[in-house]
Design a protein around this ligand. Sequence first.
Ligand SMILES: *[C@@H]1O[C@H](CO)[C@@H](O)[C@H](O)[C@H]1NC(C)=O
Ligand SMILES: *[C@@H]1O[C@H](CO)[C@@H](O)[C@H](O)[C@H]1NC(C)=O
Ligand SMILES: *[C@@H]1O[C@H](CO)[C@@H](O)[C@H](O)[C@H]1NC(C)=O
Ligand SMILES: *[C@@H]1O[C@H](CO)[C@@H](O)[C@H](O)[C@H]1NC(C)=O
Length: 438
Amino acid sequence: MHSDLLLPQRRRPPRRRFPKKYKYIFLALAVLLGLGVVAGALTELIFYFIEDQVEPSTRTQTSLVTLPPEKCQKRVVGYFNGWESREISLSQLFKLSHVIYCCLGFDANQTHFLDTIISKRRFSDVRNHARASNTGVKVMAGIGGTHYSQYFPQVAAENREFFVNSTISLIKDYQIDGVDLYWHEPDSYGGDKENYVLLVRDLRLKLTELQISQNRTTPYLLTVLTPSFGWYLEDGVDLPGLSEYVDFFNVASDDYTDSSSEALGAYTKPHAPLYYGSADKPKQNVDWTMRYYTCNTKQPEKVNMGLPFFGRYWINVLDPIAKNNEVWRRVETADGVVEKGLVLWKNVVRDGWNISNIKWDQKSKSSYIWDPENKWFLGIDDERCLKTKMNYVRDKNLGGVMIWSIDMDDYSETLLNAVASVNMCSEAKYDKKLKYNC
Ligand SMILES: *[C@@H]1O[C@H](CO)[C@@H](O)[C@H](O)[C@H]1NC(C)=O
Ligand SMILES: *[C@@H]1O[C@H](CO)[C@@H](O)[C@H](O)[C@H]1NC(C)=O
Ligand SMILES: *[C@@H]1O[C@H](CO)[C@@H](O)[C@H](O)[C@H]1NC(C)=O
Ligand SMILES: *[C@@H]1O[C@H](CO)[C@@H](O)[C@H](O)[C@H]1NC(C)=O
């Protein structure tokens, strides 16, 4: 699924420079405040204050596109990758209802949640920036993922109490608002499906106890990141069971990779299309996934549609498979291998794609770049594509969107601004009616 995205970045975009006069003010204040934890926290706030002053254009833009999530309780959930060197920005936080730092690992019988100084610092940074933003954005920790899911089966079967205790400690130690479990590819064998429900049940129980013991007014959040289609979804996940205990589902409808179909032949396709746009394989599209979740939970307000801030490319691309359909093309293999990969939105131009040549496929409602000179094809969600998906979220009364991931956006926050520009509220009142014939 997202495994290939967990690689470190090859190159880092240049950092913004601090204007000199502010630098001196900043330094002087830093000296005055001296060393120590308190000073560290305060200088961080001052940094933000100064940033506000020197970047009026960004701020103005921010206030224009900020979506107050409370208005109709629709969610804009942003995943933030822990390996990223880039820091989360205030203007990103302004456009989110929830930020999830991902992903923390663990062992069969001991917690590795935050085991290095760097991961502790990066996680704390995200939390501190979120609190300093004063927007009420909820801060959560994502646990598991492609790299750290191998112990979920064992822990969920035999060691749930250990896992729950560790999670409660994490929430208390870091004063966060909840956790998101990302059990990558739960199996239908060996009781994963049932044990997953038991794990979230036990966790929910302890979270409620913690809330009561702290006199906290709002419940702690418990959410899950779950598959978009296929075996792992239909055989591995008990949606009605989980929905009794989780606040919402972050659906990985940003990923329709299918190893079985790739074995059948080499071709390009839309990346995460709203509709399939073709008669066969009707499941590999966002519409199918959203319908499946809604019909199986009967709670559309708990379903967040996944939006990818990355795309998928192929090289050595040949002619279209069918006439008048530019997105499905044959690919020439080299020794039986298809050359393909992922591009983060922020790297599209750097990697040689001409963004002004981005095209729209009406059937699948997806965007793509076809470069006939180099014989490259890229399927990637642009602003139009994201806005179309968000209108769908509104029309189907879904709970909101989740973004994988906000650190993949460019520095102008083109994609996040597109997301924030769409009003997902259907009426003044939060409408929970089913909009599918289940
Ligand atoms: C922890 O789990 C591993 C297997 O994952 C096992 O070999 C080891 O004995 C366990 N340690 C304790 C203290 O239970
Ligand atoms: C979990 O925490 C409870 C209460 O704090 C404690 O009694 C129990 O022994 C802990 N269990 C494990 C497996 O650490
Ligand atoms: C919660 O409220 C009760 C009763 O009002 C009080 O006795 C207790 O100290 C409070 N606990 C915390 C952690 O604030
Ligand atoms: C990108 O494509 C546009 C329109 O086809 C063209 O005018 C422009 O020169 C291209 N830019 C680059 C850098 O190739």
